[in-house]
Design a protein around this ligand. Structure first.
Ligand code: PMP
Length: 440
């Protein structure tokens, strides 16, 4: 392989053309940061420095970077069958992967609809909910309920149910008929919680009753939440919250959708967050860890109730008028299959569960670090909160310079390392944060 420096001998203005997502492009391009290679737990910078990846790429590289088995599976598939549409034409990789994935999914989830990303998975799930009700003769159920401080990708559906006002700016009124639950983060009662916070779970969920009262429950199709809100700062729902949401949805015949794009594939110590947290939704959105980040892919796991509802239509119709050119893409399916095998062969979900107590103790040891105002954790997720977004951003930048990749979102540093993280690497993350917090 060329030396990374050689490959980045870029001509002037070479950074202009790529419009980077969710990035202040002009500022970033005055002070760019690159990685050029990755292996296992580390990225490699152009100057050869190894950087410990404390965020698994972007919540996705759960099995570590460039896993040989996944690399080989993608390589082999690319040489054998590069593309086939799944519109009325089959290829084996998608079926094999669907079988293995539904095997790993919670009981009663026996079908998967493939998409190309988390955003597509979310929009697919919202449309599945509307279609399910319509087929049941409940076509008036068109409204959706999301939650403040949730992130569901960037499609018009996902953006409508998400609860981040700053991301809606410029984009008009979005989907009609969407209400939002309050978010579940209350540092006054639950600061420095370990795992699921103690206080307020049922009360937060009961806000759904208020929405239903105001809206007429028979017009609502579904409620969508992240089991643990990831990209708005790892907001862990208090005990009893998800259970109560499930009960209210059941009482009013609403579908419950879990967006497990972050919590899927071992992050909480089980294949899916719903299994780790013991609450079952009707639809599960996934992406990211599906293919270990190696090839873009998303999907919706569909429980039998929803599937059978949609299959009650005449056999000659398409059960769900939806799909993407890349649904079940051969390379993604091959990567997904190999990824699932790696998770299973290496026992990575179990390993995450076993590492979680050590992770929790290490993060909470930062309680007395400079400027820390809150710490949250569950499974192999964590957030260290500082008094201001500027502080969090400056600390994250400094950590990168000190060899640890961490993301700042709002006032928090968020953490989600690959599941095979070792004790010494946890120590490195924590000592780097402590040092950089002291310096900023
Ligand atoms: N849902 C959740 C919970 C996510 O965290 C993300 C991405 N961070 C998405 C959806 C969107 O996924 P993608 O960026 O692959 O479209």
């Amino acid at each position: 392989m060329d030396a990374p420096e050689a490959r980045f001998a870029a001509p002037p203005n070479a950074l202009d053309a790529f419009w980077m997502p969710f990035t202040p492009n002009r500022a970033w391009k005055r002070d760019p940061r690159f990685v050029t290679q990755a292996q296992g737990m580390h990225y490699v910078a152009p100057d050869g420095r190894r950087i410990l990846d404390a965020i698994a790429g972007l919540w996705c590289v759960n099995a570590g970077h460039c896993h040989p088995k996944i690399v080989e599976a993608v390589r082999a598939q690319a040489g054998q069958l590069d593309f086939a549409s799944s519109f009325g034409l089959g290829h084996p990789a998608a079926f094999e992967y669907a079988n293995c994935l539904t095997e790993a999914a919670p009981e009663g989830f026996n079908r998967v609809f493939f998409a190309g990303s988390g955003s597509e998975a979310v929009d697919t799930a919202l449309k599945l909910a509307l279609a399910f009700h319509a087929v049941q003769g409940q076509g008036q159920r068109t409204k959706l309920v999301g939650r403040q401080r949730s992130y569901h990708g960037v499609g018009f559906g996902g953006l409508s149910v998400a609860g981040i006002g700053s991301q809606r700016k410029h984009f008009g009124p979005l989907l009609p008929g969407v209400s939002h639950l309050p978010h579940t983060h209350d540092p006054r009662q639950n600061a420095f919680s370990r795992g699921r916070p103690e206080h307020g779970g049922e009360a937060f969920a009961d806000a759904l009753e208020g929405i239903l009262y105001a809206q007429d429950p028979s017009t609502i199709a579904a409620v969508i939440v992240e089991p643990v809100a990831g990209s708005t700062g790892v907001l862990v729902p208090p005990q009893g919250y998800l259970e109560r949401l499930r009960a209210i949805c059941d009482r009013h015949v609403l579908l419950l959708i879990f967006d497990e794009v972050v919590t899927g594939f071992g992050r909480l110590g089980a294949a899916f967050g719903s299994q780790a947290l013991g609450v079952m939704p009707d639809l599960i959105c996934c992406a990211k860890g599906m293919t270990n980040g190696a090839v873009p892919m998303g999907g919706v796991l569909i429980n039998d109730r929803v599937a059978e509802g949609l299959y009650s239509q005449p056999e000659t119709t398409s059960e769900f008028m939806h799909g993407y050119t890349y649904s079940g893409h051969p390379l993604a399916a091959a990567a997904g299959l190999a990824t699932l095998e790696v998770y299973q062969e290496e026992g990575l979900f179990q390993r995450a569960a076993e590492t979680a107590p050590r992770w929790e103790a290490a993060l909470h040891s930062l309680r007395d670090a400079q400027g820390v105002t809150d710490i949250r954790n569950i499974g192999l997720l964590g957030a260290i909160e500082f008094g201001s977004p500027a502080a969090a951003k400056a600390i994250a930048a400094r950590c990168f310079d000190d060899g640890v990749l961490i993301r700042a979102v709002g006032e928090a540093l968020v953490l989600s390392p690959p599941l095979a993280i070792e004790d010494s690497q946890i120590d490195q993350i924590v000592s780097t944060i402590r040092k950089c917090a002291g310096e900023v």
